[in-house]
Design a protein around this ligand. Structure first.
Ligand code: HEC
Ligand code: HEC
Ligand code: HEC
Length: 406
């Protein structure tokens, strides 16, 4: 009996030692390290490639890499990263030779985007920077051609990188769960854009990665075979808005009750491009805005989603903002229209709304900015509110924006 106890005691302390040692091992090292074998690719820049690359990257890279003040891809904080993963900053990927990626070889950028292994250090780039396993070689090269172009958005910007500080949990996950991808052994061809369904599948699972958010859970998504992800397109993944309140991606299969089975193609296009549901309700952050997507791309994704097996899963309600009693009409409207999901409760979020008070001193201008921000920033992902916000609400919204800046 005693002997068994002794052994049991020893086993427990051994386990503690192993677990403790492993924890320390993860804590001490940075990200796991891998071999680097950069492909020998020099991208030929053509006007067509630059245009295509811009079109893709404005949807795929700008949301995370664009700094609200420099307005270039000079890097910014990932405000909606759950706290248990630590703190992350995207990097300066402008053409600055030392602070950006101006001196990287084309093949180094492609290597990173395909595998998730940093070409300079061999370290695994954590899951909050996406990897593009299924994107065609042509589309990937187009993105690189654009990153190298003289577009002001990628102009060399003298902004230092801030290091990300992944938590123990994040390092643990990338040690045991997330792995880099093999560099493709064969060429990945451009899909046939005349076949709407197959082009839509390519876009929804290989480019814009709708399934990554819209399936059951980010942790169980299958990046190599996206359609095998549990709960594919049936929604349920929890994410956070900029105030770190829980938001759930919805069911976008063609189920008539819980999905988008009753939406017309036109309604789907409005939802993605303009950000409003058929009933007029705004589709809130972090659902990305498809302002840069083409009509053909949107029609193709609609055609493809119609072929996805229907899921009858009910949507999980996202965090509902209930402004404190006694809050002003402006504050109530700011919550009701979902301004708060992007701009944050204090105005600090996706951009810094506190600056608007000084920037637009008279109310006529401020209201016209809120009404249609694209007359000021033609490519903004902020919805055009004209026709969606009640006329009576503009003055109180403007007053609330001013209060945030004071
Ligand atoms: C969801 C947010 C997100 C998106 C979308 C995104 N990135 Fe990143 N990216 C990051 C973060 C965060 C890092 C820093 C990772 C780390 O913590 O080390 C990063 C790092 C990088 C780096 C490494 C730079 C360096 O100096 O180490 C490159 C290059 C890069 N991203 C390019 C791109 C390109 C090109 C796109 C679009 C095709 C893109 N990223 C899309 C978040 C994102
Ligand atoms: C970063 C995660 C993310 C990605 C990527 C994403 N979505 Fe969403 N999507 C969401 C969230 C969260 C919502 C819910 C927003 C809300 O409740 O207001 C949503 C809502 C929607 C809706 C509204 C559905 C409804 O029930 O009202 C549609 C349609 C939609 N997404 C389609 C797409 C398509 C198509 C793609 C790919 C082009 C995509 N989404 C990519 C997170 C994402
Ligand atoms: C989907 C996210 C999103 C939502 C929702 C949103 N905005 Fe914005 N807003 C932005 C972005 C992004 C910008 C910055 C313009 C740019 O860089 O494209 C912006 C800019 C602004 C500006 C101008 C700020 C400046 O410094 O020039 C004002 C004012 C503003 N928003 C008010 C509002 C109000 C009021 C609401 C709600 C009715 C709202 N926004 C909803 C994303 C959003």
């Amino acid at each position: 009996m005693k002997r068994i106890l002794k052994w049991a005691g020893l086993a427990v302390s051994l386990i503690a030692l192993i677990v403790g040692g492993f924890a320390l091992f993860i804590q001490l090292r940075s990200m796991p390290k891998f071999d680097v074998s950069v492909p020998d690719i020099t991208v030929q820049s053509t006007p067509e490639r630059i245009a295509r690359g811009r079109h893709l990257a404005m949807s795929l890279c700008a949301e995370c890499h664009r700094h609200p003040t420099t307005r270039t891809l000079s890097g910014t904080q990932m405000l909606d990263l759950p706290e248990q993963f630590g703190v992350a900053f995207s990097k300066n990927i402008t053409n600055h030779p030392t602070k950006g990626i101006g001196s990287w070889k084309d093949g180094e950028i492609i290597w990173l985007l395909r595998t998730g292994i940093h070409p300079k250090t061999g370290l695994y780039v954590p899951p909050w920077m996406p990897k593009f396993v299924h994107m065609s070689d042509e589309d990937l090269q187009s993105i690189v051609a654009w990153l190298r172009s003289d577009d002001p958005i990628v102009a060399a910007t003298d902004q230092d990188n801030t290091a990300s500080t992944p938590s123990w949990f994040a390092k643990f996950l990338v040690t045991v769960a997330f792995k880099p991808f093999d560099y493709p052994k064969t060429a990945i061809a451009q899909p046939d854009t005349t076949n709407l369904v197959s082009y839509g599948k390519y876009l929804a699972t290989g480019v814009y990665d709708c399934y990554a958010c819209h399936s059951a859970d980010i942790a169980t998504m299958n990046q190599l075979e996206p359609e095998k992800s549990p709960g594919f397109m049936g929604g349920g993944t929890q994410m956070l808005d900029v105030n770190r309140n829980p938001m759930y991606a919805t069911n976008i299969t063609f189920d008539k009750t819980h999905g988008i089975g009753s939406w017309t193609e036109g309604q789907f296009i409005v939802a993605l491009r303009d950000g409003f549901r058929p009933n007029g309700a705004p589709i809130r952050y972090p659902m990305p805005r498809g302002v840069h997507m083409s009509e053909l791309e949107l029609r193709a994704m609609y055609a493809y989603l119609q072929t996805v097996p229907v899921s009858a899963k009910a949507n999980v309600p996202s965090y509902a903002y209930t402004p404190a009693s006694g809050s002003t009409a402006g504050e109530k409207a700011y919550h009701a229209y979902g301004c708060v999901n992007c701009h944050g409760a204090t105005g600090v979020g996706y951009g810094d709304l506190r600056l608007a008070d000084k920037k637009y001193p008279d109310d006529t201008t401020l209201i016209s900015v809120i009404r249609n921000v694209r007359t000021y920033y033609p490519e903004s992902t902020m919805p055009v509110w004209d026709g969606h916000v009640k006329e009576d609400d503009y003055a109180s919204l403007a007053a609330h924006v001013r209060r945030l800046g004071k």
